[in-house]
Each structure stands twice: as structure tokens, then as C-alpha cells.
Design a protein. Structure first.
Length: 454
């Protein structure tokens, strides 16, 4: 259990047996170990585990490889891999005997290490010190003491650091200027909040604050034009993982809460839904983040049981180069234009290359198209995005969306053909969720607003 600070002797012995099967001495360097956000593993794996700079956020690198998707300063490839590859840099530097050595100390946590509270006298207690890289093998005689501990801290970081989260409330009484409340401090007020209204909570993706573009403001405006809602735009750009306002004594009626989350924000929404045992009214995942989430258990990402109704739109769902998850995430999963990197008006002709500063713009077009589609779906005057269930997009195109029609359907007899509408109206198909679960629903769109063909 990596959430515990100390292992029992039995657990240590069992883990040591596993390690011994790999080699007589196993040492590891963790350089991008952030749960959900990092490309490295967050658990100890060797006789001796090093966590330089707390195992992430190295000098000269972005916070995590996910941040690299949203930073083009050093090029797409550099932003993507800097922390992850830094472990190689450390090891290479350790081989040259003329270089300074990296001495690590076993410590309770990284804050204690920075404060100097660790055992710094390596001459008196060599078992609590080790040299990172090539010379780590000098600590082999002490491996029974070091297994399960961490050089530099006692356990890896489990989540991103928690910071202030801002909940910006808009209603028809204050459509242009938000009322703000901050968590966990509770500062601010939301006097225009009405618990009898349906509450829409809009959650951005990692590294992209809602004030960096107009998508969330436009979605807020469309909602207030369409109905009398409480609309919260959540700003968790400083690092908070689970929006905490919905956990407070705010008078929220859970069945009237609808969270709309994009990218990593979709998984944040899912974790929030799990916190409430699936009692939230609805969660809409807009191209839920794929890197590190594909193949993860449902407990660690947006899933179909996180709310009473869960729908997802996939617009960049392709392994390796796509930013969206390519697995189903909801009770109804929409794949407009195949759901991959071919959204009309968005062009990606080849996999990303290191230093390609235009790659983010290309990829983000597909990734953010899910937001565009959802925004367009809110206005009741716009054409509807009607979908059809099909085995794949190629067959959908070949049959012109009539994949499952048979003779009975033409006479409207015993028809089981379901055509959910993408976006806000998807909830109209809630009663069919047992039939839509696990299937993929396709539709075609246009390159410009309002996108849908009707």
C-alpha cells in the first residue's frame, strides 16, 4: 500500500523477494512521478529508490509531461519529455568520476529534506545515505534496510500539490461579473446562488485556465441564454484536483448538478462524481484526457457510474498522438467524424516531432473541438447533432448512418434503433442508457459553427 508511510516486516520481505527475482541489486531514479500527471511510476520498485527534486518538477522542466502538451516554449517534444528523460541525464552524469556526486538521504518527506531534518551525517549512518546513479551499487550491503524506503523522502508524491480553487458563479442576475468563492479558505460569497436551480459546473483541463480563451465564457453565456441556471466556472489552474465547493454546505441538490469537464477536467469531474457515490445528476466529459488514462481502472478516471447520467464526446481519440482517451467513458459516447484527428478544419498529417512548435496548435484544434461542439449544442435554435450507433466510422459513412436498420425499421415496427443527440440534448436519451452503454455513436460535422448538419 503505497499510501502508508511504513511497511510491515512481512511486506518488506515479500517485496524484497520480488525484487531479488529481477537482479541482486535494483536501483531506480524517479523523475516524473506525479499521479495522473506524470509519465513515471509513483511506487517504489527497487532495493533503492531515488526521488531527486521530490521526483518531479526538475529545474528547467515544466511541472509534468502533461504540462508539455500546453507549452510550446521549448517545442512539443521537449515539453513532453523533459522531466521523464531527466532520469537518463542524471544517470549519465553520474558515470563520470570527475563529476560531483549526488548524495541522497533517506527522509520522512521532501519538506523535511529541504528543512535539513534528515540524517545528514552519512559517515555515522551510511545506511541512510546513498549516491544516485552508477555509484548506487555501493549501498548494496544495506539493501535490506533501504527496500521500501526512499532516498530523499519516505514515499512518492501521490497527487499534485493542492492550491486554491476559485468557483466563479454566474447567473441571470450577474451574467457578466462573477461572484467568487475560494476553497479551501471559504473566502468570498455567492449571494446569487439558488439551490432550486439546475447547477452547471464547468471544469477546464490541466494547465489551461478558463481565462485563457473564450470557450468557457461562451458556454456560460449560452447556458444563461437557454435557461435560468447557476453556472460555475471552476478555476483549478493552480493545481487543485477535486473541486471542493460541491462538498461544502452550499445547499446543492446533487441530482440538479451537471458538471462539464474537458480533458483532464473530465477526469476531475469523474473523481468528484465518485466522491458522491454517483449521485450527481450528470457529468459530460469533453474529450477526456487519454495519456496515462488509457487502460487505467474505472476507479481512476471518468466512468459510466460517476453520475446518474454520463455522456462523453471524443474528438482526439487516437493512441500515441491524440490527447483524448480512445476508450468509452460514459453511458453514451459520441465520436464525431470518427473521434480521431480528422475533425473538419483541423489537420494533423503526421505524428508529432520534437521541436515542432505548430504541433500543439494542430493537436489542440481536435482536442478543443469537443468544447466547440458542446457549446453549439446548447442553443436550441441550432441544428442538432444526431448520431447513430455503428461498429466503426468507416461503416457509418458507407451506410450513411444506417448501420443497424432492417426491414422492420422501415415500417417503424419494433425498432430498437437509437439516435442520441450530441451535447446538451444527450440527456434526452438517458432512459436508454442501458442500451447505449459500451457502444460508439458516430456523426459527421462541419468545419464551422454551428457544426451540426441537423
Amino acid at each position: 500500500d503505497h499510501e502508508k508511510c511504513a511497511w510491515s516486516k512481512t511486506m518488506r520481505d515479500e517485496f524484497l523477494n520480488v525484487v531479488e527475482c529481477n537482479a541482486r541489486f535494483v536501483d531506480l531514479i524517479h523523475s516524473d512521478a506525479l499521479q495522473y500527471l506524470g509519465a513515471g511510476i509513483i511506487e517504489n520498485c527497487g532495493h533503492l529508490d531515488f526521488w531527486p527534486n521530490n521526483g518531479h518538477n526538475h529545474p528547467g522542466c515544466s511541472l509534468s509531461w502533461v504540462t508539455g502538451f500546453f507549452s510550446t516554449m521549448n517545442g512539443f517534444g521537449a515539453g513532453l519529455t523533459c522531466n521523464h528523460i531527466r532520469a537518463v541525464d542524471f544517470y549519465v552524469a553520474s558515470i563520470n568520476p570527475n563529476n560531483p556526486i549526488g548524495v541522497a538521504h533517506q527522509c520522512q518527506d521532501y519538506d523535511s529534506y529541504l528543512a535539513g531534518d534528515c540524517d545528514a551525517n552519512c559517515a555515522d549512518s551510511v545506511a541512510n545515505c546513498a549516491i544516485i546513479g552508477q555509484q548506487a551499487v555501493l549501498s548494496e550491503p544495506y539493501k535490506k534496510n533501504t527496500v521500501g524506503t526512499v532516498a530523499g523522502q519516505s514515499q512518492p508524491p501521490l497527487t499534485a500539490q493542492q492550491f486554491t480553487t476559485k468557483f466563479n458563479l454566474y447567473t441571470r442576475n450577474n451574467p457578466g461579473e462573477a461572484e467568487v468563492i475560494e476553497e479551501p479558505s471559504g473566502e468570498g460569497s455567492v449571494d446569487n446562488f439558488d439551490s432550486t436551480r439546475v447547477t452547471k459546473i464547468l471544469v477546464h483541463g490541466y494547465g489551461v485556465a478558463p481565462d485563457k480563451g473564450q470557450s468557457w465564457q461562451t458556454m456560460k453565456d449560452e447556458y444563461l441564454n437557454a435557461g435560468d441556471y447557476n453556472v460555475f466556472i471552476v478555476d483549478w489552474s493552480e493545481g487543485n484536483i477535486i473541486p471542493s465547493y460541491v462538498q461544502s454546505e452550499s445547499g446543492l441538490i446533487l441530482s440538479k448538478v451537471h458538471i462539464v469537464g474537458h480533458s483532464l477536467g473530465a477526469h476531475v469531474s469523474g473523481l468528484t462524481g465518485k466522491k458522491f457515490g454517483g449521485r450527481l445528476g450528470r457529468i459530460s466529459g469533453l474529450d477526456p484526457a487519454g495519456p496515462t488514462f488509457d487502460g487505467k481502472p474505472a476507479t481512476e478516471k471518468l466512468s459510466a457510474t460517476d453520475a446518474q447520467f454520463v455522456d462523453a464526446i471524443h474528438t482526439n481519440a487516437i493512441p500515441t498522438i491524440g490527447l483524448g482517451i480512445h476508450e468509452n467513458s460514459g453511458q453514451i459516447d459520441f465520436y464525431p467524424d470518427g473521434g480521431n484527428t480528422n475533425q473538419p478544419g483541423c489537420v494533423v498529417d503526421e505524428p508529432p516531432k520534437a521541436g515542432d512548435k505548430d504541433q500543439f496548435q494542430k493537436e489542440s484544434c481536435n482536442h478543443f473541438r469537443a468544447i466547440d461542439l458542446f457549446v453549439a449544442s446548447i442553443n436550441p435554435e441550432n441544428p442538432k447533432g444526431v448520431s447513430s450507433e455503428c461498429s466503426d466510422y468507416k461503416r457509418y459513412v458507407a451506410t450513411k448512418g444506417q448501420c443497424n436498420r432492417n426491414m422492420l425499421d422501415y415500417f417503424n415496427l419494433f425498432s430498437n434503433d437509437i439516435h442520441p443527440i450530441i451535447g446538451e440534448p444527450a440527456v434526452l436519451s438517458k432512459s436508454y442508457k442501458s442500451s447505449t452503454l459500451g457502444k460508439k455513436f458516430y456523426l459527421t460535422t462541419r468545419a464551422e459553427y454551428p457544426y451540426f448538419l441537423g
